[in-house]
Design a protein around this ligand. Structure first.
Ligand SMILES: [Zn+2]
Length: 203
């Protein structure tokens, strides 16, 4: 009996040590757990940031500001400057169409393309008289709304802009002649960069 009690006492004596160990292991486990939770949260936050990345599209829309609106002679100069990218918006309906008007290297010929899905599709040409000729065998036919919009834009709107205050035209922050990013406030207003604008004046 004496021996059993002694063994028992011994066991009791070692128990406090075991408790501390258990507690430490438990705390360590808790530490690992919280570190893991933090890791998951950080990872999720980073992932959310990655998801947010298509801000490029937002930036694109953001450029349709009063500063990038083309009107009057500025618009007429811009469209035939050689490398014009612009969007025509109807404020009443919210509909818009994006066009590119690119000049031939030497000749007085401008090629008109329209943003159709992800691609620019050739819809016709303008010659030195600056009248639009629809491409007959093109991807889009004469009856396509986008083709109709450009025809209307050039034939009706171009020289009578005041009659249509709901129609707004915006450049995309790039020079209408060389397509470089516009940086100065004056060039953002006119759509033509200082270098290209200067060149034109000399000519
Ligand atoms: Zn330029």
């Amino acid at each position: 009996m004496e021996l059993v009690t002694s063994t028992f006492h011994n066991k009791v004596a070692t128990n406090p040590f075991d408790d501390v160990l258990v507690e430490r292991v438990f705390l360590f486990g808790q530490y690992i757990f919280f570190t893991y939770i933090c890791f998951i949260i950080i990872k999720k936050t980073l992932k959310m940031d990655l998801v947010k990345i298509p801000t490029k599209t937002k930036k694109f829309n953001f450029q349709f500001t009063p500063e990038s609106e083309l009107r009057g002679q500025n618009l007429r100069n811009f469209v035939f400057a050689g490398n014009a990218l612009f969007t025509v918006l109807n404020e009443n309906t919210g509909n818009y169409v994006t066009f590119k008007v690119k000049k031939h290297k030497e000749d007085e010929v401008w090629f008109v393309t329209v943003l159709h899905g992800h691609n620019y599709v050739n819809i016709g040409t303008c010659f030195s008289d600056k009248k639009f000729k629809v491409k007959r065998d093109g991807h889009l036919n004469v009856e396509d709304q986008k083709v109709k919009v450009f025809t209307w834009f050039l034939d009706t709107f171009f020289n009578n802009q005041d009659k249509y205050p709901m129609v707004r035209v915006y450049h995309h922050g790039r020079c209408g002649a060389c397509h470089k990013t516009l940086t100065t406030p004056e060039s953002i207003k006119s759509g033509i960069g200082p270098v290209c604008g200067g060149k034109k004046r000399i000519k």
